[in-house]
Write a protein that binds this ligand. Sequence first.
Ligand code: GCB
Length: 599
Amino acid sequence: MPNMKRLIFYILLTVLFPEAVSFAAMTNVYGRDYRLLNGRWDAIVDLYDQGDRMKVYENRKPEGNTDFYEYSFDGGLRLEVPGDWNSQSPELKYYEGTVWYARHFDADPKPDCREFLCFGAVSYRCRVYLNGREICSHEGGFTPFEADVTDVLLKGDNFLVVEVNNRRTKDAIPALAFDWWNYGGITRDVMLVTVPDNYVEDYFIRLDKKNHDTVNVDVRMSQPKAGVKVSVEIPALGKTVSGTTDAQGSFSARLQSKKLRLWAPDAPVLYDVIIAGGDDSVSERIGFRDIRTDGTRILINGRPQFMRCISFHEEIPQRMGRACSKADAVTLLSEARDLGVNMIRLAHYPQNEYIVRLAEEMGIALWQEIPIWQGIDFTDNDTRDKAQKMLTEMINRDKNRCAVGFWGVANETKPSPERDAFLESLLATGRGIDTTRLYVAAFDLVEFDKERKIFTMDDPFTRNLDVVAVNKYMGWYHPWQLSPAESKWEVNTDKPLIISEFGGEALYGQSGSRDVVSSWSEDYQARLYEDNLRMFENIPNLAGVSPWILFDFRSPFRFHPTNQEGWNRKGLVSDRGQRKKAWKIMHDYYHKKKLEYEK
Ligand code: GCB
C-alpha cells in the first residue's frame, strides 16, 4: 500500500534525520481539478468550549420522544467562507474563542483518484471533521494545509465540520499581543481537490544561479516509486525535459534556452509551464529571476535595485475585515502600484495567494515573512517547531513565485542566546528548502550614539542575514536628537540595509501644526516624511525603504478616543481610501528613485 510505504519512509526519515524538514504539501492547489466549498456555512459560537464534549461534529438529531441535543447547526448563525467572523456580526467583532463551522456537500469520488480537502488558511487553530471523523488539525493562521480524505469521502452527501479557535496564547505565533486585528475564521478558500492516485505532489522550478539561460527543475510524485515518466514543458520556449522518477518518486533536470527572458519588477515576464508525471498534469505561470547581494547592493538579474517598498496588512479597511478574494487583491495592489512601488513587504505574515500571484503578474517583488512579531517565547521548543513549520509551509506554497525575493524570519526581536538559536534554526530550515531568495529580518534596536553622533545597532545575529532591515520611527516614537541632515547612520555597513518601517500617525483631513506630534495632523505626518527622507541620504548602505504603512488598519493597540478609535493611523491612505498629504511626498520620492536607478 503506497500510503503505508510513505508512512514508513517518513518515520525512517524522522529517526535518521531528526532535524529534517517535512515534505511539502501539494503544491499549486489552484492548478488542480478542484471544487470550491466556499459560501455560507452554518456556525455555532462556543465561548466555553463545550462543542467537543457534545460531539457537535456528529451533528446528531433527536430520535424518539426522550432524546434531545442542546445544539444544532440548523437555524442558527451563518457565516461566509472565506471570511473572518469579526466583520460578519457585531457580537463577534472582538470575539476570541471557538466557533464551529459546518456545511454539507455532495461528492462523486472518481475511481483510482485521491481526494483532498485543502484549506488556504484558518485563523488561528482548527480541527477538521468529515462525516463525524477527525481528519486533521492545524495551527497557524496564515498558511495552507490539506487532508487526504479519499477513505472518508462518501458518494452523495458529506458533512464537513471545522472547529476554529483564535484565542491568543503565549506559545502561539504571533503570541499574546500584536498590532493588528485578531481576525478569526476560515479566512481563505476551502477546496475539494481530485488528483490521480500517484500525482505530482511538489515541484520547484527556478532559474539556475550561475547560468541565466538554464532552469532547474525538481519534481516529486506522491508515491516513492521508480520509473514513472515525468516531463516539464515550457511551450513558449519550445522546450521540454523528460525522464523517469527515482526510487523516492523524484525527478530532476535542467532545461536550457537561449530565448529565456527574465522576470523583473516592472518587467513581469511569465511562462506557462506544464508539469506532467504519470497520469497527472499541472500547469501554472512561472517566472525566472536572479536576486543576490553584492556588497551593499541588491541586484536583480545583475542590475542594482533600490527597493521602493510599502507594507499592508491582509485587510480591507473599508469593510473592516480580512482580504480574501481576487477583487480584494486588486484593491490593495492597485493602491500600492499607484504609489510607485517595486516591492511589497507583506505585513507581518504570509498573505493569500490571490495577492501573491497578482503582485507577480503586475511586476511587484515581494518580501514575505512569518509572524515572529515581538513577544515570542524563544525559550519554548514547541514554539520553535511551530515557527519552522510555518516557515516551511510559507516557502513551499510560494517557492515557485519568482516575485518573492525575500523571506523574512522575524520582526523586532531582542538579542538573547535563545532568540539567536531560534532564529538560526529558522534560517537553517529556510535555506534547507530554498537558497534562491535573500533572507532578512527587521530590527528596531538602532540607537543614537550621542558621543559619535551616529545611529548604530549592536545585534550579532544580523551577521547571518543577507539583508538587514531596520524599523525606525524618527519623529514619532523617537524625537530627533540632531536635525535630519546631521543624523548619520553606521549600521551593518557591509550589507544592504532596508528601512523596513518608518512613519507616524495622522487622521485624514485633520490639519494642525507641522511641529507638534500630538496634532495627529496630516501636516505633521507630511513633515515627518520630509525629515526621514532627508535622513535617508545619510545611510551609505541604504538599499530600499518601506513606509509604515499603506492603509490605516484596525488594531486593539490604539485607544485614543478621537484620533484612533481602534485604528492605527499611520496609513498613507485612510481607512476610507483617501490619500493623505504624506502620500504625495512618498510618491514623488519613489518617482525620483525610479529614474535614478533606470539611468
Ligand atoms: C512596528 C511594528 C508594526 C507596528 C508599528 C507601529 O514597529 O513592526 O507592526 O504596527 O511598529 O505602528 O507601531
